[in-house]
Design a protein. Structure first.
Ligand code: NDP
Length: 490
């Protein structure tokens, strides 16, 4: 291999990489050893802020291929023709732990997909669950505090978690999934991904439909039981990272089938739940899955920091033909995600190669730290101007979203907003097998057993009442195994 000369960061060949310049062989180090300063100073600045959530993650590049025609729902350029392909980058993660935390913790998994389309980046920033703990972003910081460390002991605290969940019963559906075996997936390849929010699709006729996105694993679902996940935490804390890079290294490329559920605006008006409520699913029996395409992951980034740590996904990155919805959590994330990236990576984070779109970028945003794309050269940095011919193309405007009184009813709080129980009950009774139900009960018992302190019984009883409203048998079995006397309120 051709030898390369060591250089300083500014490119000057430098002659020594081990011994610092000193005043004689035993003397103190000389200030003029600028290579030493550069090396130590850069080392001091190696870390960027850890993501507040989703800190521990792994990622891979791949491709998405359109396999079915959905042009009746969307005019998105990507879906214009069956066979269309685009490059993707996917980052998987756990949510509550720090960057060094164990991969098999009971926790939702992040499933963030960036599709580099010819009309800009489309980010589907989802999880491995179709719902979330909350339906309003105002609650998010409080909720996440309960998943992090106790402010005094700096320990994870089941007391904080269950105190919060039991006081915020809209979390029950997600809590039910979390404490089922799907709360401890067998790495990232064997789990589904969900866009979770309701989005819209807009077709060439300007018609808007409501849509949910599902990435169904083609490897099959595989989970750890609670005890297996606990054991793996000690055996291999990086289990999921290892599983993904090993599989791709062996050319066993994981694949997911992208499917959508579609709801018309008319159906949304009569749906028995708020279709924009992130704690609810749309039953498949009424809104069947429609085939769209296949995503394959086939390349581990050659540098983790460059592509995985610096990757930045935002639900506001949508493409023409895909729109947002009044889902309050989605609305909150549109603001919060780019804000987090500006803090963590800087104002020009979209120029970092993993985030950079393959399409041209034209606007009048300029300067800022780490501007590395030429800063639009000598083009004007103001609008309107007589020189650059950049204009806003009105054909990209979305059709208006009508907020007439009928529709406003479903955006407002209504009686169904307090139905936190029907869907978790459906999951427990209709979807889980006997063995999964038993594991879920055992996982709840293990989780609730961690509550300590003077409020222990109060918190447990409050949560048992929520379980009871979802499924009476579930509450009784958990109470019995915990040794708690539980009488449901009539
Ligand atoms: P279906 O019987 O048509 O589908 C059940 C769904 O649940 C499947 O997508 C299945 O995924 C998934 N699933 C199975 N076990 C679990 C689990 N432990 N945690 C999370 N998801 C699981 O049911 P419905 O559409 O009528 O919905 C019934 C319940 O199923 C819902 O209340 C919800 O809790 C759950 N569910 C529904 C989804 C939806 O979008 N309709 C999506 C995911 C869950 P797979 O097919 O990959 O095995």
């Amino acid at each position: 291999m051709k030898k390369k000369k060591l250089t300083t960061a500014s490119g000057k060949p430098y002659y020594e990489n081990q011994d610092s310049l000193s005043a004689g062989p035993r003397g103190p180090i000389l200030l003029q050893d600028f290579y030493l300063h550069e090396k130590l100073a850069h080392f001091n600045r190696e870390r960027i802020p850890e993501r507040v959530v989703h800190a521990k993650g792994t990622g891979a590049f791949g491709k998405f291929t359109v396999t079915h025609d959905i042009t009746r729902y969307t005019k998105a350029n990507l879906f214009g023709k069956v066979g269309n392909e685009c490059r993707v980058f996917v980052r998987f993660s756990t949510v509550g732990g720090e960057k060094g935390s164990a991969d098999t913790e009971r926790d939702p998994r992040g499933f963030a997909v960036k599709l580099y389309t010819e009309e800009g980046n489309w980010d589907l920033v989802g999880n491995n669950t179709p719902v979330f703990f909350l339906k309003d972003p105002k609650k998010f910081p409080d909720f996440i505090h309960t998943q992090k460390r106790d402010p005094k002991t700096n320990l994870k605290s089941p007391t904080m978690m269950w105190d919060y969940w039991s006081l915020n019963p809209e979390s029950l559906h997600q809590v039910m999934i979390l404490f089922s075996d799907r709360g401890t997936p067998h790495g990232y390849r064997y789990m589904n991904g969900y866009g979770s929010h309701t989005f819209s699709m807009i077709n060439a006729a300007g018609e808007r439909m409501w849509v949910k996105f599902h990435f169904k694993t083609q490897q099959g679902i595989k989970n750890f039981t609670g005890p297996e996940a606990d054991a793996m935490r000690g055996k291999d804390p990086d289990f999921s990272q290892r599983d993904l890079v090993t599989a791709i290294g062996k050319v066993v490329f994981p694949k997911w089938a992208l499917k959508i559920q579609v709801m018309t605006q008319a159906q949304a008006k009569t749906f028995r739940w708020n279709p924009f409520d992130l704690t609810k699913i749309w039953p498949h029996g009424e809104y069947p899955l429609i085939d769209v395409g296949v995503m394959e992951l086939n390349q581990v980034p050659s540098n983790y920091f460059a592509d995985v740590e610096q990757s930045a996904f935002a639900p506001s990155n949508i493409v023409d033909g895909i729109g947002l919805s009044p889902d309050k959590m989605l609305q909150g994330r549109i603001l919060a995600y780019p804000d987090a990236h500006r803090y963590r990576l800087g104002a020009n984070y979209e120029q970092i190669p993993v985030n950079r779109p393959i399409s041209e970028v034209y606007n009048h945003q300029r300067d800022g730290a780490m501007r590395v794309d030429g800063n639009s050269g000598d083009n004007p940095n103001y609008f309107p101007n007589s020189f650059d011919n950049i204009e806003a193309d009105k054909t990209y405007k979305e059709p208006p979203l009508k907020l007439d009184s009928d529709i406003a009813d479903i955006y407002d709080r209504n009686e169904n907003d307090d139905d936190h129980y029907t869907q978790p009950g459906m999951l427990f009774r209709k979807v889980m097998t006997d063995a999964e139900r038993q594991n879920t009960i055992n996982n709840f018992v293990a989780g609730l057993s961690g509550i300590t302190g003077s409020k222990r019984e109060e918190i447990i009883l409050r949560q048992l009442h929520h379980f009871h409203k979802a499924d009476a048998e579930l509450a009784q079995q958990v109470a019995q195994k915990l040794g708690v006397a539980f009488k449901p309120l009539v």
